[in-house]
Structure formats: C-alpha cells, structure tokens
Write a protein of this length. Sequence first.
Length: 189
Amino acid sequence: MQGTSKGFTLMEVIGVLAVIAIIAAVATPQIFQAIQDAKVTALVQEANDLKSSVARYYKDTGTWPRHIPTNKKNGFRQLMVNKDRKGKKISGWDGPYLEAELQNPIVTGGYLDLNVTSHKSLACDLDGDKKPDGTFITLRVDGVSDDLAKEISQMLDKDGDTNKWKTSGRVKRFNGNHRSRLVMCLARV
C-alpha cells in the first residue's frame, strides 16, 4: 500500500506558472497604459490649476510670474517665494499661489518652466498659419514622449490624431534639438 502524496507534481507547478504568465502578459500592457493615462491627466490638471494661480499672481502684482521649480535662485519661484531676480520683495505679492511646489508628473524630477513669452519657438500658433499668435503663459515640460504628447494634445486641442499637434494649437514640440520638450500654452495674455 502506497502512502498519500504531499505536494504538487512538476506538471501541476508548470501548469500554474503558465496560467500566471498568461495573465501577466495580458494585464501588463493595460497597467502601463493606465499609468500613462494618469500621468497625462495629472499634467493637464496641473496646467489648468496653474492658469488660476497665474491669474491671481497677476491680479495682485500687476506682473507675470516666472516659475522654475528646480531653480532655487532669486526670481525663479515667484508663485511660491516673494522675491524678484534681485532678491527684493515683489510689490503686492500675496502668495504663495500654489498649494505645493510644481512637479513634473511625467518624469520624476523632470524640468518644468512656467513663463510668459511671445518668443517664436515657445509661443503657440492657434490658427495654424505657422506664426506665433501673440504672448502666452507657457508651461514647458521635459521628458514627454511623442505618444504622451499626442494624448495631451488630443485632450486640449482635439488634434492628437494628426501631425498638426507638433506645430499648432495649445500643445507643441519645442522648436529646438530636444524632442522630449513639450510646450503647453495655458492662456494668451
């Protein structure tokens, strides 16, 4: 008489591992897509929140802010710190204008730059005539792939399925050598 077996056979273990591998192969792309979608949504929401912060700053000071979270020099974190580039207090400043310091939701520690500009490589071409359409509050975000940039453009301009998103609308590629730089025009001023 044989004793009872305690344990699994090799075939049973291989079968369970195969089922786990199949589930992981099916679920992994969907998990990564959900993470990317969350990053895009976070960036668009942060951009929308910035518009109201910048408007409050302008209402209080009569000037447009410059804000680069990673730059600790005077005058580059004006939404959080009451100092101009010379280290002097900004007249009318009643901040901080952000609940927490800006962070790049696409790349941890990635570069962000909030600026008011009419420079041709940063200002937006809303009408598609290949010319900047005035002065804009812009948010430059580094580390954005083409796929994510298309999603952002689709959310804001409804043109992510065309090639126009790179040059016209509120979302565009920075006109330079760095493909990962994205510029979002938050508002015309």
